[in-house]
Design a protein around this ligand. Sequence first.
Ligand SMILES: Cc1cc2nc3c(=O)[nH]c(=O)nc-3n(C[C@H](O)[C@H](O)[C@H](O)COP(=O)(O)OP(=O)(O)OC[C@H]3O[C@@H](n4cnc5c(N)ncnc54)[C@H](O)[C@@H]3O)c2cc1C
Length: 197
Amino acid sequence: MRTQVAIVGAGPAGLLLGQLLHRHGIDNVIVERRSADYVLGRIRAGVLEQGMVDLLHEAGVGARVDAEGIPHDGFEMALGERRVRIDLAALTGGKRVTVYGQTEVTRDLMAARREAGLTTLYDAEEVALHGIESESPHLECRYNGEWMRLECDYIAGCDGFHGVSRQSIPATRLTTFERDYPFGWLGLLARYPAGTP
Ligand SMILES: Cc1cc2nc3c(=O)[nH]c(=O)nc-3n(C[C@H](O)[C@H](O)[C@H](O)COP(=O)(O)OP(=O)(O)OC[C@H]3O[C@@H](n4cnc5c(N)ncnc54)[C@H](O)[C@@H]3O)c2cc1C
């Protein structure tokens, strides 16, 4: 099998990249080690920042997040008896966050991929990257019990920190971009009737 871009991982990063590439006329195949049902059932994020919602629109999959997402212009922090409102919209020139599950983002992107006739190989085992420093890289994996080879121009590793892509990059070539903050945060989502103190 041959494609322009072989993408490892069908999480939000891989699916969104595939959709954006497709909209720019670039063919791609996603190789995912889990089943589609497993990926869809994996409960994770619930809050999307403005940039992500904008990107979903750019990718042509913004209709449902507009219809079903719950926008929040700010949030409250409770400090003992005191409640402090953080007005995101006022502080950022109108930006807001949207409550919309990662599973729903995944569902929208999977549907767009199906509609576009793009290939996703779910349940691919023992995915391995080869020739990544050459002009003709390729992926190998076991798919439906058989070994298969996916030729491509580029490999995009969207399989997370612990995935096979990161491990395949030679240490001398790997550059890590990250910012460590001296604090962490915990978000709690709650549904309660309006006016409840
Ligand atoms: C509990 C929780 C709550 C979160 N809440 C939020 C939130 O509110 N807002 C927010 O913005 N973010 C949140 N996040 C973070 C968000 O879920 C991640 O940033 C997001 O999932 C990253 O997407 P990704 O596509 O990069 O990686 P992943 O979603 O991890 O996808 C990687 C994919 O690669 C596949 N894969 C791995 N190894 C291989 C391999 N060897 N071969 C083939 N495929 C492979 C995996 O099966 C997976 O499908 C939360 C995360 C967690 C765990």
